[in-house]
Design a protein around this ligand. Structure first.
Ligand SMILES: Nc1ncnc2c1ncn2[C@@H]1O[C@H](COP(=O)(O)OP(=O)(O)OP(=O)(O)O)[C@@H](O)[C@H]1O
Length: 347
């Protein structure tokens, strides 16, 4: 059964320079218990998409069209009071910035228990018991509930935030780069704990990261975003075995942990498009080694190349050649040279 169904979602920011289209025509579904990895470089719209599910967009951000059907009801149409009830109880967010949301003048336990009580009808004793339980699951001793935020390390605080998000067994967890600022060993441990809890309470998860190797470890499905649009979506297993989009091929080259020993680490030259400017053709065309005139002029539709595997590229039938060429440094060097030439032409 689908827990969340996002349909043709468009999100824009109103800025002094004009309208910025941060998320464009995004559609996907999330089943109960499924974990979805949302990946892409900085600025491709991941956080905007995640915040919109919680209806936590900044003041200048707005959902201009589309639907987000959660448990049969459209989140986009809900009023503030209805949304407040959904947050934490049904949909919880874990993010790096949440660490700063801990109030320094209250103990972590007071904040956690207060949060539980505000969203449930538990007594103080019941809420305390629940707080102790989740602390244990997340690897913190119950006595830590009495600590103030400044008495905890970064890793402990992040665990406390995760505990807060998960106390009420939400149906959907949105984890936005939850561990990026922590060292790799702690990161790994915390990711595993999130995963363990997610499985235990059978909640669904949207996991946002720029690091596709993490997605290969913990997610069932993957969506690759670029310039506010979906480039590719499929099961994680299929994606890492047989990626299609040239951007996905480039991303895979850039992550050492998913490369075979013989593969080279190659980054994609250039940077994502400026979304303030009007976009024409495929969003990735400027950096794509395989682009043609068609790519520069016509936006490719997301099409199904295999069961439940969708790709937005005009040339999916050339995939074998693309996969072979994308592994070569030369291929990307040409893109670099082309970008330099185009840059000169612009001056
Ligand atoms: N409050 C805002 N006002 C105007 N533009 C914004 C605002 N927040 C984000 N943007 C723009 O929207 C686009 C998408 O940003 P978003 O933060 O969603 O991307 P992201 O993929 O999550 O990046 P990151 O990994 O850096 O968080 C970017 O072009 C960004 O500059």
């Amino acid at each position: 059964m689908n827990l969340l169904e996002v349909k043709n979602l468009n999100i824009e920011y109103v800025t002094q320079e004009g309208i910025l289209n941060a998320v464009e025509d995004v559609s996907f579904t999330l089943k109960q218990g499924e974990s979805l990895g949302l990946v892409g470089e900085s600025g491709c719209g991941k956080t905007t998409l995640a915040k919109s599910i919680m209806r936590l967009l900044p003041k200048n951000g707005r959902i201009s069209s589309g639907e987000m059907i959660f448990k049969g009801e459209d989140i986009v149409k809900k009023n503030n009071e209805e949304i407040r009830k959904l947050r934490l109880k049904e949909i919880a967010m874990v993010s790096q910035s949440a660490m700063n949301a801990l109030n320094p003048v209250y103990t972590v336990g007071e904040q956690l228990i207060e949060g539980i009580r505000a969203h449930s009808n538990m007594t103080k004793a019941e809420a305390t018991k629940r707080a102790e339980e989740v602390f244990e699951i997340i690897g913190l001793e119950a006595k830590r509930l009495k600590s103030y935020p400044h008495q905890m390390s970064g890793g402990m605080k992040q665990r406390a935030i995760i505990a807060m998000a998960l106390t009420l067994n939400p149906s959907l967890i949105i984890a936005d780069e939850p561990t990026t600022a922590l060292d790799v060993v702690v990161q790994d441990k915390i990711l595993n704990q999130i995963l363990q809890i997610q499985k235990q309470i059978n909640s669904s998860m949207v996991f946002i990261t720029h690091d596709i190797s993490v997605v290969s470890e913990i997610c069932d499905t993957i969506i690759v975003m670029y310039g506010g649009k979906i480039m590719e979506k499929s099961s994680t297993k299929t994606f890492f075995k047989a990626p299609y989009h040239p951007y996905s091929l480039g991303l895979q080259n850039a992550f050492p942990s998913i490369l075979e020993i013989s593969d080279e680490l190659i980054s994609i030259p250039g940077s994502p498009p400026n979304l303030m400017k009007e976009q024409k053709g495929c969003r990735f065309q400027a950096r794509c080694p395989f682009r043609t005139e068609l790519c520069q002029n016509e936006l490719p539709k997301l099409k199904e190349v295999d069961k439940e595997h969708f790709v937005a590229c005009h040339y999916t039938e050339d995939i074998n050649t693309f996969r072979r060429k994308a592994k070569k440094r030369e291929t990307w060097k040409h893109v670099q040279e082309r970008l330099i030439l185009e840059d000169r032409g612009d001056e």
